[in-house]
Design a protein around this ligand. Structure first.
Ligand code: FE2
Length: 381
């Protein structure tokens, strides 16, 4: 990460409504007076122990300006008026929080923490014992989940309920109407197609929930049946391909909501309405939902757009089935994999009725995983 040296020059800009910091390479980074005052690190503005803000926006004067600003080493001194308040900022901290950017990223841009992939992804599997004992291994594994939306682990205990120990490494179970966990094996009278021996098209789980579970763990306890390989597909890659092939397809899938529902058992009627390709208001690609089995009738797409919508939806379905995008693997007892369920589609190939295949699955959430990753990064450097 770039750091500031003591050769910066500081100017007041926009008639006192901003401060401009120019580095030795003549790159200027501007910060508005309100932004600076709101982010002042002094003890009257921020609680020294937990960093939480102690002021409200209403306590700031309407005519807030900067009357003086200068650098002293790595400290930026700012005088705010009409409070006549002196605040010191760490210039390195400011440089790590820039917003004076001119990059035109367009609709569907990706965070730098995400890297998209196809069938050539080289999948490594972390050893369970190392994940438990070595913070560096755990950090790298969590980092893979952030970057690729997918990771595997091996040689974990072959015990009923052992999947919870994996979630304990970084966070918390998301309990649903399926329970704290669910069993995935053949049933004679399945209430959900996941419990039969049929192959399943690649999908994200539970799009009929809002919020959707953001992580899914599948953990293998028995695997003597032929077939039944798992596969994963990067939904962000599929969305990028759709955007490249036809921007209008990308637009309809991101601008109109699909509907999803599940009512497969008594006293459950889950409904959700969200786009298949979800963008943040600034165009960042933040989520994908694809689950043909759980799709409800789409009633939010205008009549004039529905034909185009189905073209785009069918293309998404083709990409979910495209071997060029799929990473396949067979789980052994004690193997598990985790997917970012807002991004990566997962699938199972058909398996035979002889022998057994028993997986246990559960949901969890990314916020605690990313929190654990940040704290490990802070500790390990
Ligand atoms: Fe699934």
């Amino acid at each position: 990460m770039a750091t500031i040296d003591n050769t910066v020059t500081v100017d007041i800009a926009n008639g006192g409504k901003a401060v401009a910091i120019k580095n030795r390479e003549n790159q200027t980074t501007r910060f508005h007076s309100f932004w600076l005052r709101d982010n002042s690190p002094d003890a009257d503005t921020r609680d020294a122990s937990n960093g939480q803000r102690l002021i409200t926006l209403g306590s700031l004067p309407d005519n807030l300006t900067v009357s003086a600003a200068y650098a002293d080493g790595t400290t930026l001194h700012v005088q705010f008026q009409p409070e006549d308040k002196h605040v010191e900022f760490d210039l390195n901290w400011l440089l790590q929080h820039p917003y004076d950017k001119t990059d035109e990223t367009g609709r569907g841009w990706l965070s730098s923490t995400a890297t998209t992939w196809d069938s050539s992804l080289d999948v490594t599997s972390a050893q369970y014992n190392q994940l438990c004992e070595d913070p560096q291994t755990l950090r790298d594994w969590l980092s893979d989940i952030e970057q690729y939306g997918f990771a595997k682990l091996s040689n974990a205990p072959v015990e009923d309920g052992a999947l919870f120990n994996v979630i304990d490494l970084f966070g918390y179970i998301r309990e649903t109407n399926y329970g704290r966990h669910f069993e995935v094996r053949t049933e004679v009278n399945p209430s959900n197609l996941a419990y039969t021996g049929l192959g399943l098209q690649a999908h994200t789980d539970n799009p009929y929930r809002d919020p959707v579970p953001t992580l899914q763990l599948l953990y293998c306890l028995e695997s003597s049946a032929a077939g039944g390989e798992n596969m994963v597909v990067d939904g962000f890659r599929a969305a990028q391909i759709i955007r490249e092939e036809n921007a209008a397809w990308f637009d309809v899938l991101s601008q109109y909501c699909a509907r999803f529902e599940y009512a497969g058992s008594n006293d459950v009627a889950l409904h959700a309405k969200r786009p298949m390709i979800e963008l943040a208001p600034d165009g960042e690609l933040i989520g994908v939902r694809f689950n043909n089995r759980s799709a409800a009738p789409f009633t939010d797409v205008p009549f004039e757009k529905m034909e185009l919508y189905y073209e785009a939806y069918r293309r998404f379905s083709q990409l979910a089935d495209d071997p060029a995008l799929q990473v396949s693997f067979k789980l052994k007892p004690g193997d598990a994999f985790i997917v970012d369920n807002t991004r990566v589609l997962h699938a199972r190939k058909a398996y035979s009725g002889t022998g057994t295949r028993w997986l246990q699955g559960c949901y969890a959430d990314k916020d605690s995983l990313l929190s654990k990753l940040r704290t490990l990064n802070n500790k390990l450097g």
